[in-house]
Structure formats: C-alpha cells, structure tokens
Design a protein around this ligand. Sequence first.
Ligand SMILES: Cc1ncc(COP(=O)(O)O)c(C=O)c1O
Length: 384
Amino acid sequence: MQKVHDKPIYLDYASTTPIRPEIIADAHKIQQEFFENADSLHYGGQRVSDLVTKSRQYLAKQFNVLPQEVIFTSGASESNSAAIKGIAFANKHLGNHIITSKVEHSSVMGACKQLEDVFGFEVDYVGVDETGSVDLHQLKQLIRKDTILVALLAVNNEVGSINDIQEITSIVKKNPNTYLHIDGVQALARHDFELKQIDSVSFSAHKIYGVKGSGLWILKAHTPCLPLINGGQQQYGKRGGTTDNVAAILWAKTLRLALEDSKTYYNHVQELSNLLYETFENEPGIVLNSSRLGSPYIFNMSVLNVGSEIMMNGLNAKGIAVSAQSTCNSQSLKPSHVLMAMGANEKRALSSVRISLSHLTTRAEIEKTIETIMEIKKYVQHEL
Ligand SMILES: Cc1ncc(COP(=O)(O)O)c(C=O)c1O
C-alpha cells in the first residue's frame, strides 16, 4: 500500500481528470430519476429521450454538425475502433489502403494493426518531425488512389504536439475516395479545430472533467460505415445497444463547462507551461521532448540517466503524480513509440516524464514539482 499524502499534487490530467462536483451531483440525480430506456415509447422513456435529444442538439450545435451525426459511445477507444474498422469495412470496394501515423494512441494503432494483420488491409504509418507533428510532405506522398482512410490525432497525448488539421484536411480531401478520421481527445476544449470537412472524430468525457466510460463519435451522415456493435435502431443504427442515459445527458454540461474553463484559464496554463520550459530548457542533462509550439497542457522531458520509473517513483514518494508515456502503455517496459518516432534514442525514450496540466493546477504545485525533480536528478546523477 502506498503512502497517502496530505496535499498530493496531481499532474496527470492527460491521463484522466477529476469529475466536477456538479457533474457528480447531476449523475446521481439522473441515475435516480431518469432510469428508463430512452428508446421506450412510454412516458418515462420519452422523458429520458427528451433529455438525451437536448444534449445531442447542444453538442451538434457546438461542433456544427447534424444531431444524427452525434453518437454516444463508451469512450474514445470505442469511437476510434468503430470509426477505423467501420469505415475500412464499408469502403473496401474502393480500395485497400489506410494511412495512420507512428505516434497514435494505442486504440488507433491497434485498430489499424488488426486491419493489417487479420483483414488484409495495407497500412502505411506516416512519420513525424522532431516536435511530434505529422510530416505533411510525407502524408501527401503516401496518399494513393486506393487510399480509403486516413486516421490521425489532433494533439498528441504524450508530448502535446499539435497537428495542422486544416492542412491535413486539404491534403486528404484532394482524393474523393479518402475518408478522414481525427482522434480529437486531447484537443477538446483546449485546441479547437474545424470539423467541416472531417468525416469522423472521437472525443472522451473523462479528459474534460466528465465521467469515465463516456465517449463521443461524430460520424458525418455521408460516410459509409459498418456498425462495430450490432443492435437495434438505437443511435441511427450506427451503434447498437441501450444508450447510457446518464453519460449521454451529462455530455452537454461537461462540454459547456470545459469550454468556459478553457477560455478563462488558458493563459494561466500557458504561464505554468512557460515556467516549466524556462526552468528545464537549458538545464544540463535534460532533453525536452515537448515543444513550445505544442499544447501548454502537456509537457514532456527526459532526465538523462534517470529512468522514467525512478523519477516517477521518486515523485510519487513525495505525493506528486506524473506519468511517463501514455497510461495505456504504462505497464510496458518498452521505450515510447512516440519518442522513438520523433528520433529519440532508447536512453532518452526510457527516461521520459510527462507532466500534464489543468486549469486547477497552481503555480505552487509546479514550483514544488520542479524543486523535487531537481533534487531527484541531483541525487541519482551524483550516484552514477
Ligand atoms: C489521444 C487519445 N486517444 C484516445 C484515448 C482513449 O480514450 P478513452 O479512455 O475514452 O477510451 C486517449 C486516452 O488516453 C487519448 O489520449
């Protein structure tokens, strides 16, 4: 059992965020008072259906899409899998070629790999520059007549690099047979992008102070896509299964509050990020893996000769929670695929630390974290 700290410092917001108290209260109320199946035709069902419709309409308006293009899922992993496999299967008659990148989340990587290994699709993995952003020149070269799908993330979850979605869209949309899926998880309510020409997008509620197990999938009406989960007429036949009323109804408020906070506190987060850059960018024995061009919400660096595990355990002992690579790969002893794709060597990739910030993060928390990292660095590097 690990020690419980009086004032723990949580800096792992890219992994998940705490649920807002108002969302917890609403979840409780909806669960108690609106339990009926939204697809039932009786009074109770229709009452629930009205609330789900209201939430869906708000989301559609925010994303500038049609209400029937908003699908509630169990999380972004499901949205990514459903989009990638569903679009690939439905468009196989047009081509067999898919493009993703070398720095995607495991849910995108896994879906593409399965299409390649089990279903005979051909997958190309576009490279990234030294900041982690997709190499647009290479993307242009990889697109072929038989490319049916390009699946890329908007903001990288390990290093915070931001892809130029507008430019990616204009490159991909030159080919009329190519559909574009964007993993927008780390961009939502932080780095908005235009969805107009994008065919499919995934989001997750627990990254924006909502409940876990709640995802969104924006699937444009014109996009042929086979459902991953078969069922009845729920969600326009795109995703079978009884809708999670609570998660669906909470989405609208979760997004509205996250957008408000992002507007109010973006500069605050930027200042904290600046402090991390100013402290570590010229520090001997440290290599930055994030760039100032990326998202201020995610800062990643390697403290050379101090393995990720040593740094994380040292910080953990002082009540400071950070991570190394993506939480989905946190049990892996392999170097981060993102850092390797960015050109890092194994030593650098195995000594990375990710500090991810929130509007809730204070300057005192960052100062304490900097001080503790410096102490651990000095101690371990001195021992070598
Ligand atoms: C970029 C990215 N995509 C997808 C996911 C998966 O989201 P979820 O936890 O809702 O399945 C995550 C979460 O770690 C993520 O950071």
